[in-house]
Ligand binder design. Structure first.
Ligand SMILES: [Zn+2]
Length: 408
């Protein structure tokens, strides 16, 4: 399955190197026998590919271990976490996070700082980012080479140049955030910019709750509601990169006015303000009110529980349309909705099953994200690693925005 028909010997070798490194990146480690079985390549080819990845400092080969299967013990191959790194950046309305990340999805250092949601200007964001990024990069060991920067933003990100066309809840319009950050940091490495829903879906698919799943819907709430859709193992981007704006699907045509200009968007029914109002809190209470409400819900407060069941119902109503359209194997709730998951999953599932003929047949489950609030951060790092995973020993030019072929 790793063989690509019509490639010359060199292109074939590079494609196979990419396949092997991607497998190890997703798994962390595997025996050479397992790699042989998973790739369908022969044993001597796999041995040569592992040797080449080893020569490039990307993997290490340990002692032979018994595999439990018939045959000789096989050497364990692991990704190296001490040679290359990317800088992952997550720009949300309420917080900013930075981490350095390496192969296997290992995060070497991470900081998330909360901020005032009324002070999200581009300059204020860059000031915080610059300080956090310098801290993280200074902490990298000298031998660890920075190979890219990945940025996740709560907004519409244009393909292929990574321009943040619009960030309604950030108050941003036409912001080339990748170039601006690169200039601040004075680093000459490729920068990848992606929508936070798309990067969140990527992280969960490769390392989290969507591992091994080819068809996935990721839904994530913060102040707004966003998402990412993966179909047949590939992110759905649309013509401009804007696909997956699930928060602005119309659920109630006569509903309230949304920040996007539409009325009755899903975001208004399951976003933060709706959650706070439904649970008897003030809609503009923000993070502190949410934390208090979640604790109360955990203690069984009837008002909080009833409100979250209502949010679950609206979640299921919106999901029914998405499931009918995309027939996912799994639905992953991230960000705020990962925290709400235990309180809304029953209502959401029952609403979904009663409304979607596809959901009743596929049995697609609604699960919480493995990375919680950090899915989009991990996905930003993952997007920045793609050029290396695509061409482990080469220098092919990376794309400035999240590549459509980002998933292996
Ligand atoms: Zn809207």
């Amino acid at each position: 399955m790793a063989r690509v028909v019509g490639l010359g010997p060199d292109a074939l070798r590079r494609s196979n190197l990419s396949t092997v490194l991607r497998l190890l990146h997703g798994e962390g480690r595997a025996t050479r026998a397992e790699l042989t079985a998973l790739t369908g390549l022969n044993r001597s080819t796999v041995a040569a590919l592992v040797r080449e990845l080893n020569d490039h400092g990307l993997v290490t080969e340990g002692d032979a271990v018994a595999t439990g299967a018939p045959g000789r013990p096989s050497p364990m191959v692991s990704v190296r976490t001490d040679r290359v790194a990317v800088l992952a950046v997550d720009i949300k309305v309420d917080s900013i996070a930075v981490a350095t990340m390496t192969l296997g999805g290992t995060r070497l250092g991470q900081q998330r700082v909360r901020r005032d949601r009324h002070d999200t200007t581009v300059d204020a964001t860059l000031d915080v980012l610059e300080e956090l990024a310098r801290d993280s990069l200074d902490a990298l060991p000298r031998r660890q080479r920075l190979i890219g920067i990945g940025i996740a933003v709560a907004g519409l990100v244009r393909h292929p140049d990574g321009m943040v066309d619009l960030g309604p809840n950030l108050g941003w319009s036409q912001v080339p955030i990748g170039e601006l950050l690169k200039a601040r940091l004075r680093r000459r490495v490729p920068v990848t910019v992606g929508n936070d829903g798309d990067t969140g879906a990527l992280a969960e698919r490769v390392h989290g709750a969507g591992r091994g799943v080819e068809h996935l819907i990721y839904l994530s709430g913060e102040v707004g509601v966003g998402g990412g859709i993966i179909s047949s193992g590939r992110p759905l981007t649309g013509s401009m990169g804007y696909a997956g704006e699930v928060g602005h699907v119309t659920i109630d045509a006569d509903g309230d006015r949304c920040g996007c200009g539409n009325t009755g968007c899903w975001e208004l029914l399951i976003g933060e303000r709706a959650v706070l109002r439904a649970t008897g809190r003030l809609g503009d209470g923000g993070q502190d009110a949410l934390t208090e409400m979640l604790l109360a819900a955990g203690d069984g407060e009837p008002e909080a529980r009833r409100g979250l069941a209502e949010i679950g119902r609206w979640t299921g109503i919106g999901l029914a349309s998405l499931v009918n359209l995309f027939d996912p194997q799994r639905i992953v709730l991230g960000g705020l909705h990962a925290e709400l998951h235990p309180f809304l999953v029953d209502a959401a599932t029952s609403e979904l099953r009663s409304r979607s003929l596809v959901a009743t047949r596929s049995g697609a489950e609604i699960v919480p994200a493995a990375f919680g609030i950090d899915s989009s951060l991990v996905g930003a790092g993952e997007a920045a690693l793609q050029p290396l995973l695509d061409d482990p020993t080469g220098t092919s030019a990376p794309a400035p925005s999240m590549p459509a072929h980002a998933l292996g």
